[in-house]
Design a protein around this ligand. Structure first.
Ligand code: NDP
Length: 381
């Protein structure tokens, strides 16, 4: 029996993690679940899974959650500090970081210090502070099991042989074939219609702008210890090959499957075993007569170029890029910024911020805050 805490249980990854736990009640016990503001769903999940603790990050919902669970022996906590505290609870074996954005960094750090195995979905943690997080994981002997489908694919392909490169696949998003002119006036509603994956709003917009793929390159750099020039992106609109590893002898291993996040989630939770599943989608290879691969277009999708550049420059660059992107992504969703403006402002924010070569954890918080102000200023907000 493994005891699980899910940070962000009300989101897309969080809900699917609970589905995996529900399919295997003999293997997983849900100890803690958390949300930001989705109080009703959190209450419903708490009544179904009966965790020890629930945390609602936005304290204005505390009383609602507390009252609704008063008849059950469940502890109800509130606030950002409670997220950091809950992950340290002694019985927890695995912390699933399914929160979105920079907010996931601090609880992830606390989970590492408490020696919890990480099932990492919150890629922003590695985008912001990959070097520091990997150093901490090493120091505290904490394994990170990737939940992101591409990184799970790579993880499943690895063997103890020298690797030449990682080939990360990308669906290309809803605007893969659009010209710059066509992309100029696309709306958030259009961008939120991902062709293959049903995900949270922020990552869906990042997929449409290919910022998500850029972040995955950065995530892969840290998870697998590769240099930027050993990581390649291949646009693969069918999303069946989830990523590939090329070994020194030229052999390439790929991991295939239907686009179903429950597969990598389940693998992270059950690693090194695989669990049989009735709910995970099963691939019928004859349904996919044409699997295609093409080079990404960095002119039309400059966010991907920004990510590679930021990774090569190192220091605080990927932290600044993440902060700017959280601002521009949200502004686009609110109709306060155009689609192509997101990458423009991300680039201008990077240019406006001084380079910090060796940021500490505190520095990352300060840099994130300043970069957000700068990006908002550039957007005129
Ligand atoms: P969602 O937006 O669907 O869910 C985010 C979760 O985080 C919700 O539970 C939300 O609570 C909670 N949350 C948001 N902000 C805060 C905050 N400030 N403090 C505490 N909790 C917060 O996102 P996804 O599930 O799509 O993505 C989660 C992470 O996983 C992201 O980092 C994403 O990049 C990564 N990922 C997602 C994939 C997917 O298929 N969805 C695939 C691979 C990686 P509430 O419901 O109350 O808002």
């Amino acid at each position: 029996m493994r005891t699980i805490a899910i940070l962000g249980s009300t989101g897309s990854i969080g809900r699917q993690t609970l589905e995996v736990c529900a399919e295997h009640p003999d293997l997983f016990e849900v100890y803690a679940i958390t949300a930001n503001r989705s109080a009703d769903l959190l209450i419903q999940q708490a009544r179904q899974f009966k965790p020890e603790v629930v945390v609602i990050a936005d304290e204005t919902y505390y009383q609602q959650v507390k009252d609704a669970l008063a008849d059950l022996p469940i502890k109800v906590w509130a606030g950002a500090d409670a997220l950091c505290q809950v992950v340290t609870a002694e019985p927890i074996d695995i912390v699933v970081t399914a929160m979105v954005g920079f907010a996931g960094l601090r609880p992830t750090v606390e989970a590492i210090k408490a020696h919890k195995v990480l099932a990492l979905a919150n890629k922003e943690t590695l985008v912001v502070a990959g070097q520091l997080i990997m150093k901490m994981c090493d120091e505290y002997k904490v394994p990170i099991l990737p939940v992101d489908s591409e990184h799970s694919a790579i993880f499943q392909c690895l063997e103890n042989n020298p690797i030449d490169k990682l080939i990360i696949t990308a669906s290309g998003g809803p605007f893969r074939t659009f010209t710059m002119d066509q992309m100029r006036d696309v709306t958030a509603a259009q961008a939120l219609k991902h062709p293959n994956w049903d995900m949270g709003a922020k990552i869906t917009i990042d997929s449409a702008s290919m910022m998500n793929k850029g972040f995955e390159v950065i995530e892969a750099r840290w998870l697998f210890g590769m240099n930027a020039d050993q990581i390649e992106v291949a646009v693969h609109p069918q999303s069946i090959v989830h990523s590939m590893v090329q070994f020194a002898d030229g052999a390439v291993k790929a991991q295939l499957g239907c686009p179903d996040m429950r597969v990598p989630i389940a693998y992270a939770l059950s690693y090194p075993d695989r669990m049989p599943s009735q709910i995970n989608a099963k691939l019928r290879i004859e349904d996919y007569a044409h699997l295609t691969f093409e080079r990404p277009d960095l002119e039309r999708f400059p966010n991907l170029r920004l990510a590679f550049d930021a990774l090569s420059q190192g220091g605080d660059r990927t932290c600044v890029l993440n902060a700017a992107n959280e601002v521009t992504n949200e502004a686009f969703r609110r109709g306060q910024c155009k689609f192509l403006q997101m990458a423009e402002v991300n680039e201008k924010t990077l240019a406006a911020m001084p380079f910090v070569a060796q940021p500490s954890l505190d520095d990352y918080f300060a840099i994130d805050a300043v970069a957000r102000v700068k990006a908002k200023e550039l957007l005129g907000l």
